[in-house]
Write a protein that binds this ligand. Structure first.
Ligand code: G3P
Ligand code: CA
Length: 242
């Protein structure tokens, strides 16, 4: 079985990381719902990808320097299509409430750096409050985030995100006690030995972000455990038709 991972929700049809996109990912039958968490200047964990305002939300400067009420007052949907104008950046609490009420998919929660230990602690507390720890994998490009999580909540599964492969991915997986090692598809194609090496260390590779059948076929041919995609319904259909 190859996992279908809805990247930033169903980001192909709705503005990424919004409740609409996340709900659409659930409705598409994704096995995992992926999204990105940052923390506002006043300590509210929110679901947004970019470090800076400007692309998906009007403005400039870091999300980490904007207060929640200010961020919430801005449009997070109109950039994608006019029909989505007025959609807002969700809080992590709203996203976790949505996913807690949708028992199907597992939760692939990415914490974007920089994140302080206290911010990681507050995010993990929200998982615990909703009984979502066993359904969730925390992934990050930032090793300090993974280390903090391992210390705070060891039973929460962890995934290593990478841009560029480590010299010894299996050693990295073992060092983190990770269940996923997720590089870009280009990196996996560039060195397919990463897939069996990571499997031997007890983890799976799920490359990002693969949106076309040629890429899905390449990933499958390399034996990946899942595929992270903006088009989960299309990937689900493609897998079923094979
Ligand atoms: O899940 C992997 C992927 O989301 C990592 O890249 O930039 O889309 O967060 P990014
Ligand atoms: Ca992400």
């Amino acid at each position: 079985m190859t996992f279908v991972v809805a990247h930033r929700g169903y980001a192909g049809i709705a503005p990424e990381n919004t409740l609409l996109a996340l709900h659409a990912g659930v409705a598409a039958g994704a096995d995992w719902i992926e999204f990105d968490v940052r923390t506002t200047a006043d300590g509210v964990p929110v679901v947004i990808h970019d470090r800076l305002l400007g692309r998906t939300v009007p403005g400039a400067g870091p999300v980490a320097e904007v207060r929640f009420d200010d961020l919430r007052s801005r449009d997070a949907g109109g950039w994608f299509a006019p029909v989505f104008a007025g959609v807002r950046v969700p809080t992590l609490a709203e996203v976790l409430d949505l996913l807690a009420a949708a028992p199907g998919p597992q939760v692939l929660l990415e914490i974007k750096p920089p994140a302080t230990g206290d911010e990681v602690k507050a995010i993990l507390a929200q998982l615990t409050e909703r009984g979502l720890v066993r359904r969730t994998v925390l992934q990050s490009f930032a090793d300090p985030v993974l280390h903090a999580a391992a210390e705070l909540l060891p039973e929460l599964r962890r995934g290593v995100l990478r841009e560029g492969l480590d010299a010894d991915p299996a050693a990295v997986v073992r060092a983190h006690g990770a269940v996923f090692y997720n590089p870009s598809l280009a990196d996996v194609v560039g060195d397919p030995s990463v897939v069996p090496a990571v499997a031997a260390a007890g983890a799976a590779v799920m490359p990002w972000t693969v949106n076309e059948p040629a890429g899905w076929a390449a990933a499958l041919g390399l034996g990946v455990g899942g595929i992270i995609t903006d088009r989960p319904a299309e990937l689900r259909g493609w897998l079923a038709a094979r």
